[in-house]
Ligand binder design. Structure first.
Ligand SMILES: *Cc1c(COP(=O)(O)O)cnc(C)c1O
Length: 355
C-alpha cells in the first residue's frame, strides 16, 4: 500500500451511485466534527476574507501566542502547520532517511508508515495488546537505528488510549536520543480529567518529546488544514528550517485563534461524542456486534467482511471506513455523528447485516 486512502467525499459517492440528493448521504468515515465548524471560527473566516490579497504572517505571531497561553507553554515551543500531517512530514524530513527508522503500533495511524517509507526509512510495527499500544513492547523494539516512536493517543483507528501512568513509566525508560511523538489529534474530545498530560514534558524542557495536535477534529476545521506541533525550542527550530515560509494560510490562522476561544463549542462537541458513544455501543450490543470500547469520536466495529459491508452501507447512503489496510478485514470504523446520523447508521447496518 503506497497511498493513503481517505474517507470518501459525499459528492464522490453520490456521483458513483447515482444519488440525486447529497442530503441522502451521510459521511461517518473521517472522524470529522458533526457539529460543523465552530461559529466563532466561521465569523473570523468571514472577517479575514477581505485581506486575502496579503500574504499570511509567516511567523504565526497571534496563533502561537494564543496557543501558548492556552497550553501554558512558550510561543517558541509551538510550530503551526498545514494540518498535523505536515508536522509528520517535517519530522521525517529532519530526522529520517536510509538506515534510520520509526517504531509504531501495528494498528496505529497508517500515515506514519507511509511517510517513513517515502523517506526510505525502516518501519517497525509493534503488535498491539487488546487493540491498545503495548508501550513495553515498543521500548523493547528500540534499536540503534530508531529515531522516532509514534504514539497515537487516543489511537486512530482503534479509539483506544494509554493513560498518564503508562506514559510516565514509558518515558522513564526511553533513551533521550529517540524522539517520542504523541499524536493527540483527538485529545480534546476526551473528558478533561481523562486527558493524559504530555505537555508537562515540554514544560520541563524535555528535548525528545513532540506533541501533535490539530484543529481538524475537536474544532471542526478539517477543510482549512491547520494543526500544530509542541516541542522543545531546539526541535521547533529544526522543523522551522524545513517548512515552507507560508505553510499555514491566513484564513486558517484567524479561524484557529477564534476557535481556541470557543470553549462552549468544544464542550458541546464532547457532549455529542459521549452521548453518541452511549447510543451506538448500546445499539451494537443489541445487534450482537463486537466493538472496541471507544475513547474518541469513532468506533471500531467487527461486522465481518468489512469491505463488503462498507460497499453495502454506501448504497444505503452511509459512508464508513473499511479497515483492511490496517490488517482488520472484518472491521469497519464508524465516526460518531449527530443523533440523527447515528440512527441512520444503525438502521443501515441492521438492514445490510440482516440481508
Ligand atoms: C485526523 C487525524 C489527524 C489530523 O490530521 P490533520 O492533518 O491535522 O487534519 C492526525 N492524526 C491522526 C491519528 C488523525 O486521525
Amino acid at each position: 500500500m503506497r497511498f493513503y486512502e481517505p474517507g470518501k467525499p459525499i459528492e464522490e459517492v453520490a456521483r458513483e451511485l447515482g444519488f440525486d440528493c447529497l442530503d441522502d448521504i451521510i459521511k461517518v468515515a473521517s472522524n470529522e466534527n458533526a457539529l460543523g465548524p465552530s461559529p466563532l471560527a466561521l465569523k473570523a473566516i468571514k472577517n479575514s476574507a477581505k485581506n486575502m490579497h496579503r500574504y499570511p504572517d509567516g511567523d504565526a505571531y497571534y496563533l502561537k501566542r494564543a496557543l501558548a497561553e492556552k497550553l501554558d507553554v512558550t510561543p517558541s515551543q509551538i510550530l503551526p502547520v498545514n494540518g498535523s500531517n505536515e508536522a509528520i512530514v517535517l519530522l521525517a524530513h529532519v530526522f529520517l532517511g536510509p538506515g534510520k527508522g520509526i517504531i509504531m503500533a501495528d494498528r496505529a495511524f497508517v500515515v506514519y508508515k507511509l511517510i517513513a517509507l517515502s523517506y526510505q526509512s525502516n518501519v517497525t510495527a509493534v503488535v498491539m495488546k487488546d487493540f491498545t499500544h503495548d508501550l513495553d513492547a515498543m521500548l523493547e523494539a528500540i534499536t540503534d537505528e530508531t529515531r522516532i516512536i509514534f504514539i497515537c493517543n487516543p489511537n486512530n483507528p482503534t479509539s483506544t488510549m494509554v493513560d498518564s501512568k503508562a506514559i510516565d513509566r514509558f518515558m522513564k525508560n526511553v533513551p533521550d536520543n529517540v524522539i517520542v511523538c504523541f499524536d493527540e489529534a483527538y485529545i480534546e474530545l476526551m473528558p478533561v480529567e481523562k486527558q493524559p498530560d504530555t505537555l508537562k514534558y515540554v514544560r520541563d524542557n524535555n528535548k525528545n518529546v513532540v506533541i501533535l495536535r490539530t484543529f481538524s477534529k475537536s474544532y471542526g476545521l478539517a477543510g482549512l488544514r491547520i494543526g500544530y506541533a509542541i516541542a522543545h525550542e531546539d526541535c521547533i527550530n529544526l522543523l522551522n528550517r524545513v517548512r515552507q515560509p507560508f505553510n499555514v494560510n491566513a484564513m486558517a490562522m484567524s479561524a484557529a485563534v477564534a476557535a481556541l476561544d470557543d470553549d462552549k463549542y468544544v464542550e458541546r462537541t464532547r457532549k455529542l461524542v459521549s452521548r453518541g458513544i452511549v447510543y451506538m455501543t448500546a445499539q451494537l450490543k443489541e445487534m450482537g456486534l463486537d466493538y472496541v470500547p471507544p475513547s474518541a469520536n469513532f468506533i471500531l466495529v467487527k461486522t465481518g467482511k468489512g469491505r463488503e459491508v462498507f460497499s453495502a452501507l454506501q448504497k444505503e447512503g452511509v459512508i464508513v471506513r473499511p479497515m483492511d489496510i490496517y490488517g482488520l478485514p472484518d472491521y469497519v470504523r464508524i465516526t460518531i455523528g449527530t443523533s440523527s446520523e447515528n440512527k441512520k447508521t444503525i438502521n443501515a447496518m441492521k438492514s445490510v447485516l440482516h440481508k
